[in-house]
Design a protein around this ligand. Structure first.
Ligand code: ATP
Ligand code: MG
Length: 259
């Protein structure tokens, strides 16, 4: 039975696409047949984060009736399957959102986990992405506006009968103005299933079109995402320790002025 999980938030820019992309790679690494669908049809960027831009057939073409979904599935890092939404405005204009259900029916065949990268907000496109899934991972940053919007999304998901697996707090830093994990849990009444640190390497990895779990697997960010993936499928996760010898050698090299 395929699990269909939306990665949703409420507020924009909190890390849905970053987490959907990297979680997809993590799950594929564990041997799960995983598809990541970019359902952010107006502001797509999953393909950019995964370095898969410029594909000839995208979800736009499928939803406008000009192509078959089978032709819009591409193999990404670690064997994760990716359906890019397409970034052209012209393609977006012709999209018929009603076709999404039919597309999903085909996508879940031969798939263990379908991750849906949802758009921000609660407009028609976001609702379609949320309603298409049976489960949801709610993403928020530890800031009040982000949590307030996550709460609205949670309420809508509950009304639609979607099971919220938990909340991921992204971009955590020890800023005193941010809410604590316990406070987030209390406000949302949803368990915190992962805490991902603020990490400048995330946007660097995105700029290279490489998922951080591949580019920098020993980082706390990658460990957090790999563990989230393992937890989702009930696997034990052994964190990858940063290479201490490497750090010390680098320190000595730095002190001695060598490169
Ligand atoms: N843990 C992190 N540390 C630092 N930067 C991050 C982190 N997670 C995401 N970002 C950055 O935040 C920005 C927004 O991330 P992303 O596109 O994944 O969010 P989103 O919720 O999908 O946005 P949208 O609502 O526009 O679809 C990107 O520049 C990304 O590199
Ligand atoms: Mg996004």
């Amino acid at each position: 039975m395929t699990r269909v999980i939306s990665v949703a938030s409420g507020k924009g820019g909190v890390g849905k696409t970053t987490i959907a992309a990297n979680l997809g790679v993590a799950l594929a690494t564990y041997g799960e047949e995983t598809v990541v669908l970019d359902a952010d049809i107006a502001m797509a960027n999953l393909e950019l984060i995964l370095g898969m831009e410029g594909k000839s057939v995208t979800l736009h073409d499928v939803l406008s009736g000009n192509a078959l979904i089978d032709d819009a599935i591409y193999e990404g890092p670690s064997g994760v399957k990716v359906v890019p939404a397409g970034i052209s405005l012209e393609g977006l204009r012709k999209v018929k959102l009603e076709k999404l259900e039919e597309v999903l029916e085909r996508l879940i065949e031969d798939t263990d986990i379908l991750l849906i990268d949802a758009p921000a907000g609660l407009e028609k496109d976001a609702l379609a992405a949320i309603a298409a899934a049976d489960e949801m991972i709610l993403i928020t940053t530890p800031e009040v506006p982000s949590i307030s919007d996550a709460l609205k999304t949670k309420i809508v998901a509950n009304k639609l009968g979607v099971n919220i697996i938990g909340v991921v707090i992204n971009r955590e830093s020890h800023d005193k103005t941010f809410l604590t994990d316990n406070e987030v849990e209390t406000i949302l009444e949803v368990p915190v299933i992962s805490v991902i640190p603020e990490d400048p390497e995330v946007s660097r990895a995105a700029a290279f079109g490489e998922p951080i779990v591949v580019k920098n697997p020993k980082s706390p960010t990658s460990n957090a995402i790999m563990k989230l993936g393992a937890d989702l499928i009930g696997e034990e996760y052994q964190p990858i320790e940063p290479d201490k010898k490497g750090v010390i050698s680098k320190l000595i090299e730095g002190l001695l002025g060598r490169r």
